[in-house]
Ligand binder design. Structure first.
Ligand SMILES: NC(=O)c1ccc[n+]([C@@H]2O[C@H](COP(=O)([O-])OP(=O)(O)OC[C@H]3O[C@@H](n4cnc5c(N)ncnc54)[C@H](OP(=O)(O)O)[C@@H]3O)[C@@H](O)[C@H]2O)c1
Length: 165
């Protein structure tokens, strides 16, 4: 299992249950990375999507105790149910947020794709600072590029102490 996220300078990830920036290059990277695989998200992240609809061309697994079942996503009600659902997946599984779900699942992720945005998005929701986490090391750091006026960098962190599912 892997995680994918974009963060601002302070490791902020969201504001008012939405994203802080529109980043076309990052959206493309996210779409290309996750398409054809399973994505795991929390109820708030699903509610933040347009119309509360899941992502197309991906198996959507949603942790929630309030959302009802739908044909186009699978609801799981606990971490145990989630792990059982993950074990049934054939392709890669990406944890796609939000903060509560990243916090819960980060120890089980072997890698984290972090898009770093060189801006302060005035976030109210944060990712854990992987530079200060002894379990994680920076594996690769891409060249800075610009998208919609923002400077971003694609980075990969490796978990050196992955917990088994
Ligand atoms: N920058 C990025 O890459 C990125 C990516 C994703 C999200 N975000 C942002 O992150 C923010 C949302 O994060 P968040 O922490 O508020 O919400 P979240 O992690 O998306 O969802 C939290 C919800 O997940 C469900 N949940 C959590 N633990 C559970 C458990 N053990 N069993 C069953 N259900 C469980 C509950 O849903 P119910 O309330 O439905 O029961 C809970 O309210 C938004 O601002 C969003 O835009 C940013």
């Amino acid at each position: 299992m892997k995680a994918i996220v974009h963060v601002d300078k302070k490791w902020g990830i969201g504001k008012d249950n939405g994203l802080m920036f529109r980043l076309p290059a990052d959206m493309k990277f996210f779409r290309e990375t996750t398409t054809g695989n399973a994505v795991v998200m929390g109820g708030n992240t699903l509610r933040s999507f347009p119309g509360g609809n899941p992502l197309k061309n991906r198996r959507n697994i949603v942790l929630s105790n309030t959302l009802g079942e739908r044909d186009d996503y699978k609801i799981v009600h606990s971490i145990e149910e989630l792990f059982a659902a993950i074990k049934e997946q054939k392709g890669e599984v990406y944890v796609i947020g939000g903060a509560a779900i990243y916090r819960m699942l980060l120890p089980y992720c072997s890698e984290v794709f972090v898009t770093k945005v060189d801006a302060d998005g005035d976030a109210d929701t944060f990712f854990s600072n992987l530079d200060e986490d002894e379990n994680f090391s920076l594996e690769s750091e891409g060249e800075e590029l610009e998208t919609n006026g923002y400077k971003i960098k694609f980075c990969t962190y490796k978990n050196n102490n992955v917990k088994p599912l």
